[in-house]
Design a protein around this ligand. Structure first.
Ligand code: ZN
Length: 158
């Protein structure tokens, strides 16, 4: 298993050192939401541009924080770009489920495997974070922020 953990660590460090989709988008048309994790001091700003067909045309990430929060945001941005909002919600649900299994400490559910399609497979690198409960909020911060951004009323961002 240590080989797999090394691979996961490499993926996380790669996203931390070379974050995908860093930057800003013009609002509107893009939606914007901010997230903050007071436990660790992580900040995430999500800009997301959704077209008339409910497809994520573009996404940009701002903010700062620990390696887990920033690499998770980078992976999240790469995973949802080009996806429909329904697909984004599915991926988010799977990710949060993966992160909550050990948080709840339910033995029965711990056996339940969450898997991702190959094109979002990097997300599995964060599976190891569930061993460190204080870091789970670091990993899920960007996803909560993304949901907040995409559920925003179109009028609210005007
Ligand atoms: Zn953190």
């Amino acid at each position: 298993m240590s080989g797999l953990e090394d691979l996961y660590r490499e993926i996380i460090l790669d996203h931390y050192r070379s974050p995908r989709n860093r930057g800003e988008l013009e609002t509107p048309p893009a939606k914007r939401a901010e997230g903050f994790n007071p436990l660790c001091g992580d900040e995430i700003v999500v800009y997301v541009d959704i077209d008339d067909n409910d497809v994520v045309q573009d996404i940009k990430i701002g903010g700062q924080g620990c390696s887990i929060s920033q690499s998770s945001a980078s992976m999240m941005s790469a995973a949802v770009k080009g996806k429909t909002l329904d697909e984004v919600r599915d991926i988010t649900t799977s990710f949060k489920h993966m992160m909550s299994i050990h948080e709840t400490g339910l033995e029965g559910e711990a056996e339940e495997e969450v898997s991702f399609d190959d094109d979002v497979g990097d997300l599995e690198a964060l599976r190891g974070v569930v061993k460190f409960p204080v870091r789970i909020k670091c990993a899920t911060l960007s996803w909560h922020t993304l949901l907040e951004a995409i559920e925003q009323d179109a009028d609210a961002s005007a």
